[in-house]
Design a protein around this ligand. Structure first.
Ligand SMILES: Cc1cc2nc3c(=O)[nH]c(=O)nc-3n(C[C@H](O)[C@H](O)[C@H](O)COP(=O)(O)OP(=O)(O)OC[C@H]3O[C@@H](n4cnc5c(N)ncnc54)[C@H](O)[C@@H]3O)c2cc1C
Length: 130
């Protein structure tokens, strides 16, 4: 697959609430000489507010996940883990089964947050963190 075409590349890292919603909106407004890429570890978005119901078994896991490819028609989705950004070369470096890279003209970080459990003694031990 060509990595650098004559089109401009807008690359979004993260297919969660922020990344998927941004891509959905940009599909309508971004000129056609822009390509939208969404790079995410999973190919679905999880509707987190309903996760407690999944734990309580009143909702099935599949019912709180929406496939990104069904939501996004114009966006090119790659299910990969981003490892590094080369800002000088304007490249995102990622891996799935194999390493790959993608040129960007505009880059959006929408990769969520990681919980810092070190601030409260015992939190890392007793809370489940993904
Ligand atoms: C149980 C629960 C209930 C919640 N309920 C509510 C609620 O009722 N109302 C509310 O407003 N908010 C709620 N939230 C919070 C809400 O889910 C978050 O604020 C929201 O998901 C943040 O969106 P985000 O796009 O920034 O991150 P996320 O939705 O976490 O998405 C991050 C994405 O980035 C991807 N990613 C991360 N690192 C990489 C990498 N290196 N390479 C590739 N991809 C990567 C991840 O796979 C993921 O797809 C809840 C959260 C939880 C856990």
């Amino acid at each position: 697959m060509p990595q650098h075409t004559t089109k401009n590349n807008l690359v979004i890292i993260g297919g969660g609430f922020a990344g998927a919603e941004l891509a959905r909106n940009l599909e309508k407004s971004l000129p056609l000489d822009w390509e939208i890429y969404l790079l995410s570890k999973t190919n679905f978005i999880t509707y987190n507010p309903l996760l407690p119901e999944v734990v309580g078994a009143s909702v099935l896991p599949g019912h709180v996940q929406a496939p990104l490819r069904q939501m996004l028609k114009r966006t090119r989705i790659r299910m990969v883990t981003v490892d590094r950004i080369d800002f000088d070369e304007r490249k995102v470096l990622y891996h799935n089964n194999e390493p790959g890279e993608l040129h960007f003209d505009q880059l959006v970080f929408a990769c969520g947050v990681a919980v810092n459990t070190s601030m409260l003694d015992g939190l890392g031990r007793w809370a489940t963190v993904h």
